[in-house]
Unconditional design. Structure first.
Length: 342
């Protein structure tokens, strides 16, 4: 039987290769892993206890908060605040930055997370997940926290990952040295290395997008969709359409099989003219993961990881996946832009 490597062992091994490593990163990940186990337990019992349905509250995004969303958010905030290595957190569910209180030990890391992505699928037992982005504080630790500490470009992330709750629970993350996947073995209660050095195929066969909103898209986005549905593409046949409606699940499938995920800007809601997905807690971590696996992520014009956030809950269009597929989208958007500039 092959030797199994736990996520903690993997991080400790790589920590030894980093000059000046202090072990703070490992402690933070231990709290993430514990949180994932607690949330997994709640997800697997969701049909048996009163944690399905809505709480009656509305989050900062204007969306109704489901009970399991709220539970996952509280677990993450409680556990991560006690890691002793964070100075601040930010959650999709909270309007403002959450500073670690002075009564608790603090550190130089900042974590931004979506506690339960795809929560509209909770009641129908479809895969959901937690997404996280880890940053290092830039300002003087002895001074007040600055907004620029949290609003960093995605290229400055120290690590990013997601936890997928499905037929099994998986932790997929990168710290800038490739992408690795760990599967929770419930018999021993450990995340074991199951997908080392994940590489997304350069050429995909799948497109993932909610085509029900096509009438609200701009011409560039419609041309991109036409490419993937036409036999006049790199495959010489239409791509397969696969859309779950859970960002973690759609990205995870495409990461392993190859393909492109698209959530473009649309005109459905005047309050969300740049799309639905949040730059800091969704697009940046997913873009970091996919690029580390050999893929690409763009808003159509700009590399996602190069965008400077101007506020915590900023939304952007998102095209992410196999290198060749995302480059096609870039070429379409750039060609239309050149026509308009003439």
């Amino acid at each position: 039987m092959p030797q199994q490597v736990t996520v903690t062992e993997h991080i400790l091994l790589h920590q030894k290769m980093v000059p000046g490593a202090t072990g703070q990163f490992t402690r933070l990940f231990n709290e993430l892993v514990l949180s994932a186990k607690i949330i997994t337990r709640a997800v697997t019992k969701a049909g048996l206890v009163d944690i399905l349905g809505f709480t009656g509250d509305v989050n900062i995004q204007g969306e109704e908060v489901k009970k399991l969303d709220d539970y996952a958010n509280r677990i993450l905030i409680h556990r991560l605040a006690r890691s002793g290595v964070l100075c601040a957190m930010a959650s999709e569910e909270n309007a403002d930055i959450i500073e670690v209180p002075e009564s608790l030990p603090r550190g130089d890391y900042i974590i931004i997370f979506d506690p339960l992505d795809g929560s509209s699928n909770i009641d129908v037992n479809v895969n959901i997940g937690t997404i996280f982005s880890i940053l290092k504080r830039k300002s003087d630790p002895q001074g007040p926290l600055m907004s620029s500490d949290v609003l960093q470009k995605g290229s400055e992330q120290v690590a990013a990952g997601y936890i997928l709750y499905g037929s099994s629970t998986m932790l997929v993350f990168t710290s800038g040295d490739g992408v690795h996947g760990f599967t929770l073995d419930p018999s021993v209660g450990e995340f074991l290395l199951s997908h080392p050095n994940i590489r997304i195929p350069e050429q995909g066969k799948i497109y993932s997008v909610n085509e029900g909103y096509e009438r609200y898209w701009d011409r560039d986005t419609k041309k991109a969709l036409d490419y993937f549905k036409s036999p006049k593409n790199a495959l010489h046949k239409p791509y397969s359409g696969r859309y779950i409606g859970s960002l973690v699940a759609d990205i995870h499938r495409n990461l392993l099989y190859g393909g492109i995920f698209m959530y473009p800007a649309d005109l459905r809601d005047p309050k969300k003219p740049t799309g639905k997905l949040r730059l800091t807690c969704e697009c940046n971590p997913m873009a970091f993961i996919v690029e580390q696996a050999g893929g690409l992520a763009t808003d159509g014009a700009n590399r996602i990881l190069d965008i400077e956030p101007d506020h915590l809950h900023q939304r952007v269009p998102f095209f992410c996946g196999s290198l060749n597929d995302v480059r096609v989208v870039q070429d379409i958007f750039n060609a239309e832009r050149r026509k308009k500039s003439r």
